[in-house]
Design a binder for this molecule. Structure first.
Ligand code: BTN
Length: 245
């Protein structure tokens, strides 16, 4: 393991593997999904990193923190979608430790000043969940299509941070919040509401039955997005795309 990852402080029983190169770290974890929970695979370079809706996740080698975590939540599977918010909260809180205040864009992006600093992709297997996280850390300039839409820790903080240390803080927080998908979830939601990037905003969403528009009223107790539309209030458990309009 290279020197800069030595600063990663792992929760008890968790293991970190750092690959120089991977297709997608989510796939690397899936291959080893028979192992105990707490396996973390990070990659210096991801050749086919992916986001939600089949989008690509780009991160220049050494500039981002791209990793995936194997979890086995003890709660019923129906509650696993809550992992997205738990992971977003973990990242936002860890960034806060470095002086970068993140907002959570339901269901699973972290923004700073309206620009994306982190994307999260949760995938589930029969008896495991993979939480894939990409954080823009050292990037100073984004390619044209991301300009104005993305930001990084270096831009927001005006200086570098150790990726290993940031990873450690995220994992510690994720270990805690990912255990709170049941009875402890109100604690997650209370903190998510304090960092909700969409509250009060007019949004357009792609949902199972089409495209809808409305004003976000907040996040419900189960993690659903509450949207006031011309036809009344809707509580959304999932949306493919959420755009502020
Ligand atoms: C999104 O914004 O749509 C989610 C992006 C998730 C990217 C991370 S990087 C580590 C892990 N491996 C992947 O292929 N994707 C996730």
């Amino acid at each position: 393991m290279s020197e800069r990852w030595a600063e990663t402080s792992l929760p008890e029983g968790w293991r970190l593997v750092v690959l120089e190169e991977a297709g997608s770290t989510n796939d690397e974890v899936r291959v080893r999904s028979g192992e105990a929970a707490g396996l973390v695979i990070a990659a210096e370079r991801q050749n086919s990193g992916r986001g939600r809706r089949g989008a690509a996740w780009h991160s220049a080698a050494g500039e981002g923190l791209t990793f995936s975590v194997l979890l086995r939540p003890s709660e019923p599977r129906a509650l696993w979608p809550r992992l997205s918010l738990a992971a977003g909260l973990a990242v936002a809180e860890a960034l806060g430790d470095f002086g970068v205040e993140g907002e959570i864009k339901w269901p699973n992006d972290v923004l700073v000043g309206g620009r994306k600093i982190c994307g999260i992709l949760v995938e589930a297997g029969y008896d495991f969940a993979i939480v894939g996280i990409g954080v823009n850390v050292a990037t100073r300039e984004f390619p044209g299509e991301l300009e104005g839409l993305a930001t990084s820790v270096a831009i927001e903080r005006g200086g570098e941070v150790s990726r290993g240390e940031l990873l450690g803080r995220i994992l510690q927080a994720l270990d805690g919040w990912s255990r709170e998908l049941g009875a402890g979830f109100p604690g997650v939601i209370r903190r998510v509401r304090e960092r909700c990037a969409l509250s009060g905003k007019r949004v357009r969403l792609r949902v199972a039955d089409g495209v809808m528009e409305g004003t976000v009223k907040g996040v419900g107790d189960g993690g659903e997005l509450l949207v006031e539309t011309s036809e009344g209030m809707r509580a959304l458990l999932q949306a493919d795309e959420v755009r502020v309009v």
